[in-house]
Design a protein around this ligand. Structure first.
Ligand code: G3P
Ligand code: MG
Length: 382
């Protein structure tokens, strides 16, 4: 019997290849406001020692995957490879090249919103976007775009970049055309970000300083808005609430989106007038994010065990999360095209703390360590 190439030469009893894996949510499971949750480090260290594949599947972000994983490795004192993490905005990297030249955004001007400073701009550039503008750039170039962010000017000055050459020095935003708007992470200045996104959404063809469907009129409210080439709007995560340092959940990126949808509805008439805000929301609990995560898990598994016919198929993924709305709902509804089944495990260390959860998990445990122990026993691994 020859061990197929790519597999470890000596297969000892302890190096059995598991037909299962884990997906860990981060906030409220492994970390709470960047502080390790008891048992998190031991759980990841145990799986690494046993050679059991796992990924970190988070609606968080705001830094590049390499940077975020280095931080988590340091906090948990468990060496982790950047390939183990899927962040809310990780799938946006697939939009740089698009499916063809026409859909590529690589060289198009995109607005990137959210995160600290221009961290998200730099993540977008590391993904391959070459022409990224932030609301801070716009505010620094033309403060009257939003009269109430003057108190934050020093902050914006630390990272803003000049806008592309203005066609009208008296209005540097005039003619600035956006081909897409991305909310990468939780906005820090909801007011400025809402105003700038609305300027782009209400514009003609994504050109700031113009208004769509108005034949030159500029009275905004209920001006008979018609969507005229609105650039695509992407949100990286739907979380209305998440578990931060405060004992009660805090508003997440979903809170910002709901506020923006309120301004949209008041301005255009919104859904009640049949004018839905056209948008794409990714992240947990949506199918696309779980597909992206499973593909990454399969790549990591193949890299660890070799990708030959003898590799047992991945049959089960234990999804351990703290938020019924994103982690549990997503795992319960995910339909894998490789036939794996995702087993949702809800822990009590984050958003959920007890009572009847809005989405019913397969299993509930107090914390991540109990969840891993239960799963290993359920898989007859230990
Ligand atoms: O912004 C982070 C928050 O939305 C939730 O993160 O790790 O619990 O999915 P996570
Ligand atoms: Mg969480």
């Amino acid at each position: 019997y020859r061990v197929p190439i790519g597999r470890r030469a000596i297969q000892t009893a302890s190096s059995r290849i598991p037909n299962f894996a884990f997906a860990f949510d981060i906030d409220g499971v492994l970390l709470r406001s960047s502080k390790p949750i008891p048992g998190a480090a031991d759980s990841l260290a145990l799986l690494k020692k046993q050679g059991i594949p796992f990924i970190l599947l988070t609606n968080g972000g705001g830094k590049h995957e390499t940077e975020r994983v280095a931080e988590i490795s340091d906090k948990l004192q468990v060496p982790l490879d950047p390939s183990v993490i899927v962040q809310s905005h990780s799938p946006f990297a697939e939009l740089v090249k698009g499916v063809d030249e026409a859909s590529s955004l690589e060289n198009k001007c995109v607005l990137v919103v959210g995160g600290d400073g221009d961290n998200c701009r730099r993540v977008a550039e590391q993904y391959g976007f070459k022409n990224v503008v932030t609301p801070g750039d716009i505010f620094t170039a033309y403060p009257s775009v939003w009269p109430f962010s003057k108190n934050f000017q020093d902050y914006y000055n630390t990272f803003s970049r000049p806008l592309p050459k203005p066609i009208d020095p008296t209005n540097p935003t005039k003619g600035l055309k956006f081909d897409a708007v991305f909310v990468f992470n939780d906005p820090r200045d909801w007011a400025l970000d809402t105003q700038v996104i609305m300027d782009v959404l209400m514009s003609s063809q994504g050109v700031m300083g113009t208004l769509s469907g108005t034949n030159g009129r500029t009275d905004l409210p209920n001006h008979g808005y018609q969507q005229d080439g609105q650039p695509p709007l992407y949100f990286s995560n739907p979380d209305l609430w998440w578990a931060a340092a405060y004992p009660l959940p805090r508003l997440g990126q979903g809170g910002f989106r709901e506020a923006l949808e309120g301004v949209w509805a008041a301005t255009t008439g919104g859904p009640s007038k049949g004018i839905e805000l056209k948008k794409t929301v990714i992240g947990k609990p949506f199918q696309g994010t779980y597909e992206f995560a499973e593909r990454q898990l399969l790549r990591n598994r193949a890299a660890a065990f070799g990708n030959d016919a003898s590799l047992p198929p991945l049959q089960k993924v234990y999804m351990i999360g703290d938020n019924p709305e994103s982690d549990i709902r997503g795992a319960n509804s995910y339909r894998s095209d490789i036939g794996s089944s995702w087993h949702s495990i809800l822990v009590r260390t984050g958003v959920y703390t007890g009572g009847e959860p809005a989405w019913t998990p397969k299993t509930i445990t107090d914390n991540v360590q109990a969840a891993v122990e239960w799963a290993l026993k359920s898989s007859k691994w230990t």
